[in-house]
Write a protein that binds this ligand. Structure first.
Ligand code: K1U
Ligand code: ZN
Length: 179
């Protein structure tokens, strides 16, 4: 397994609409393994193809670890939403492509999704709580959308600026650790 580099906003690849996966083959299985390893290492609860520079409709997620400590990794290929609840939920979201930036986003509280699994079978399941938020956040990535695109222009600009500052600080820290 290989740790992948996570792209940071405003990388143009994060704005692209991703292509469906044609077949589940060894390349996709390897990519899914690498994405799960990268997500757990980050650490995060989700990771989508474009975040590691792969413009394909695939994401991984595991929102179970906090509860019992037992991992429940999920890999979703060509995911689609088949139903959303009328009830909404406000959740504070983060994104591995915008490290240390958070904002409240309103989304449907529950969603039903169907997807192709690594077993080559179609699956359909209903999600709520963090699973529902994360699944919608990851599906957005496959359509070139970030959580900041759900915010007003001022909040979006503020987060983008704070991220630029974070990048400069990280670059400064790295430089001083070399000398
Ligand atoms: O897509 C991503 O960038 C991953 C993102 C998913 C997400 C988190 C919260 C709400 C919606 C979607 C993250 O995983 S950010 C990191 C994070 O939330 C986390 C990190 C460590 C432990 C628990 C959560
Ligand atoms: Zn994200």
């Amino acid at each position: 397994m290989t740790l992948k580099t996570i792209l940071l906003h405003p990388d143009p690849r994060l704005k692209k609409h991703c292509d469906p996966v044609a077949t589940i083959d060894d390349e996709i299985r390897q990519l899914a393994d690498d994405m799960l390893e990268t997500m757990y290492d980050a650490p995060g609860v989700g990771l989508a193809g474009p975040q590691v520079g792969v413009l394909k409709r695939i994401f991984v997620m595991d929102c179970a670890k906090d509860k019992l400590g037992i991992p429940e990794p999920m890999v979703m290929v060509n995911p689609e939403i088949t139903w959303v609840s009328e009830d909404k939920n406000v959740h504070e979201e983060g994104c591995l492509s915008l490290p240390e930036q958070y904002a409240e986003v309103t989304r449907p509280k529950e969603v039903r999704m169907k997807w192709l699994g690594l077993d080559g079978q179609m699956h359909e399941e209903q999600f709520d709580s963090l699973w529902a938020t994360c699944a919608q956040h990851e599906l957005d990535h496959l359509d070139g959308k970030l959580f900041i695109d759900h915010l007003g222009p001022l909040k979006r600009q503020m987060i983008t600026r704070k991220l630029e500052k974070w990048k400069r600080e990280k670059a400064r820290e790295a430089k001083s650790s070399w000398s």
